[in-house]
Design a protein around this ligand. Structure first.
Ligand code: PGA
Ligand code: ZN
Length: 424
């Protein structure tokens, strides 16, 4: 088995034009791997923290040279000569080296880069695809079998709003979800076909067809509901039926429009109290064929989540993203209090690959489903595609089916589906 010969990190720009970390690892058999980490909005106090240089002279303070120097000068020397098969030991060492509850000392960006690099090197060392390698690691950590049976269903973010677009839409993501009964290949084709149809529908209405942070289109509408009406319009020309071939999803990301104890949306003439907003969400569910709803209630109102959940059909996945922030303690609480039925996994909110596999195991053993998600500011690394297959996520959410950093991940799933798993 190979050992680590060299490991070093350097800056690249992410899809939002901000510096992030890319790193390379070379084994003593001269095989190499590369990985990089994304950046989220980091507006939740419940997620792990990345470190930035805060040097205003460079990249407006957003440089990551301090994190990179930790990798190159502190971490790399300790890993030379070590086998990349020691994922758990290395991850535990990284967690201890940081020593804080939120990775704020050496930074989650530093830690995740090294952890992903070790996993990629471990897979290459054994000559197995990364998703299979991560699946084996999952099984070791969980102590249970997890068969690779499917490529997770994609949730396509067709219209961007909220903090991901400079428009008047309060909700963050208006999504299309092809039926889970379809193969990934068919789902991907439907996603891109409807995206192009949506562009046509918007152009016909003289609406904006620029793209937002995750590649979704960014029209202005009079109300948020209008966005679902426009998505509905894309289906008949393609002979697709809502509730049969495709479903709708929404990431309200409601912290964005929750102010002074009220939900403020342009669909209603006055700010809504929690109960009024819950009624609105239930109304929305009755009008369109939803499969998932994400962050409908602001993330500190656990009672509100339970109230909403009690009135929503069990067929609909109620998803905690900002609610849980991939934080194991908050996941435990959500499971115990039955606040939601599903949650979003974003590795850079947590830290190491081992911890990500552990939260997936906690969820799975409590019949809690999970969605592996990209961040707003991404790189072209497709690590999370393999992760999603390895832990058999129910869904993935990698943005719209356009733009390099989004399709890099969907394309990797397409390859796994077609070539590796030989699905038609
Ligand atoms: P973020 O968005 O990367 O800005 O957190 C993704 C999401 O809310 O699902
Ligand atoms: Zn979200």
């Amino acid at each position: 088995m190979a050992q680590i010969k060299q490991l070093f990190a350097y800056q690249i720009l992410d899809s939002g034009g901000r510096p992030t970390i890319e790193a390379k690892l070379i084994l003593d058999n001269d095989r190499e791997v590369i990985t990089s980490v994304p950046c989220g909005s980091f507006d939740s106090k419940n997620e792990a923290l990345e470190i930035r240089d805060n040097d205003k002279e460079h990249f407006e303070g957003m440089g990551v040279t301090t994190a990179i120097s930790y990798i190159n000068n502190l971490i790399a020397p300790k890993l030379i000569g070590v086998s990349p098969q020691k994922q758990q030991q290395i991850d535990n060492w990284l967690i201890k080296a940081d020593g804080t509850h939120n990775k704020s000392k050496i930074g989650v960006n530093t830690i995740l880069t090294v952890s992903q690099l070790i996993a990629r090197a471990g897979a290459v060392d054994l000559g197995v695809p990364l998703y299979k390698y991560l699946n084996e690691l999952y099984k070791t950590i969980a102590g249970t079998e997890l068969k690779i049976e499917h490529v997770p269903s994609p949730i396509f973010n067709m219209i961007n709003g909220g903090k991901h677009a400079n428009t008047n839409m309060e909700f963050q993501e208006f999504q299309i979800i092809p039926s889970s009964s379809l193969s990934f290949s068919r789902a991907y084709e439907i996603g891109t076909t409807l995206y192009h149809e949506l562009k046509r529908v918007l152009m016909y209405r003289n609406a904006n067809i620029s793209v937002g942070e995750e590649g979704g289109l960014t029209p202005n509408f009079t109300t948020n509901v209008d966005a679902f009406e426009v998505l509905m319009e894309t289906l008949p020309p393609k002979n697709l039926q809502a509730g049969h071939d495709v479903f709708f999803g929404v990431d309200f990301s409601s912290n964005y429009f929750y102010k002074d104890d009220r939900y403020i949306i342009k669909d209603k003439p006055h700010p809504l109290k929690r109960e009024e907003f819950i009624d609105f969400v239930i109304y929305l569910m009755s009008q369109y064929q939803f499969l998932t709803i994400e962050d409908p209630i602001q993330s500190e109102d656990w009672e509100g989540w339970k109230k909403l959940g009690a009135s929503i059909s069990e067929q609909i996945y109620v998803v905690g993203d900002d609610l849980i922030s991939t934080n194991p303690q908050r996941l435990d609480k959500a499971i115990k209090e039955k606040a939601c039925t599903s949650f979003v996994i974003k590795p850079n909110q947590l830290g190491t690959v081992t911890e990500v596999l552990q939260v997936a195991h906690t969820a799975r053993s409590n019949n809690f489903t999970y969605i592996v998600s990209n961040r707003a500011d991404e790189t072209n690394d497709d690590f999370i595609a393999d992760l999603a297959v390895g832990i058999q996520a129910d869904f993935v959410k990698f943005g719209a089916p356009v733009r390099g950093e989004r399709v890099a991940k969907y394309n990797r799933l397409w390859y796994i589906d077609k070539v590796e798993l030989k699905n038609s």
